[in-house]
Ligand binder design. Structure first.
Ligand code: ZN
Length: 149
C-alpha cells in the first residue's frame, strides 16, 4: 500500500538517525501526486539545534524543493507523534494529511499535551492517521533508549 511504502522510508530515516546517535525519528514529505519531496531524520545533536526535529527538517527541505512557503496538498509521514512545535509547523505549512507511527504520551502535541490541531487558533488542521507501522517505530525508540542507559 502506498502509505506503507512511504512510512517505510520514514522508518529508514529513523534507523539512520539512531546510527548517528540521534533519537530515532524519521519523516517524509510527499506531494499531492505521490512524489517524495523530502526525507529527514532527527539531527538535534549534530546541528546543535533543538528545533532540528525530523518533521521540521523535512518541511524545510520540501519547501526549498518547491520554492514555496506552503505545502498545500502534501502529506507528511513521521514515525512518532509530532510534538507541539512540529504540529504548529505542519499547520503553518498547510499540510493536508499527517500519518504517524508511535504514540508519544510524554512529548506528543497532537493526540496528547497541547493537542495543537484542536485549538481554535490553529488555522489549518490536517487529517490525522495514527498508528501507521506504530509497533516498528516504537521498537526503534525503545531499543535506542535501552542501549543508552
Ligand atoms: Zn517535534
Amino acid at each position: 500500500m502506498e502509505f506503507d511504502s512511504h512510512m517505510e522510508i520514514a522508518l529508514e530515516e529513523a534507523r539512520a538517525a539512531a546510527m548517528r546517535g540521534e533519537v530515532p525519528v524519521g519523516a517524509v514529505v510527499v506531494s499531492a501526486n505521490g512524489a517524495v519531496l523530502s526525507r529527514a531524520g532527527n539531527r538535534t545533536r549534530e546541528l546543535k539545534d533543538p528545533t532540528a526535529h525530523a518533521e521540521i527538517l523535512a518541511i524545510r527541505a520540501a519547501c526549498a524543493a518547491l520554492g514555496a512557503e506552503r505545502l498545500t496538498g502534501a502529506r507528511l509521514y513521521v514515525t512518532l507523534e509530532p510534538c507541539a512545535m512540529c504540529a504548529a509547523a505542519i499547520a503553518a505549512a498547510r499540510i493536508d494529511r499527517l500519518y504517524y507511527g508511535a504514540s508519544d504520551p510524554k512529548s506528543g502535541g497532537t493526540a496528547h499535551g497541547a493537542r495543537v490541531f484542536s485549538h481554535p487558533q490553529c488555522h489549518h488542521a490536517p487529517e490525522v492517521y495514527d498508528g501507521i507501522a506504530g509497533a516498528e517505530a516504537e521498537a526503534l525508540l525503545t531499543d535506542f533508549f535501552r542501549k543508552r542507559r
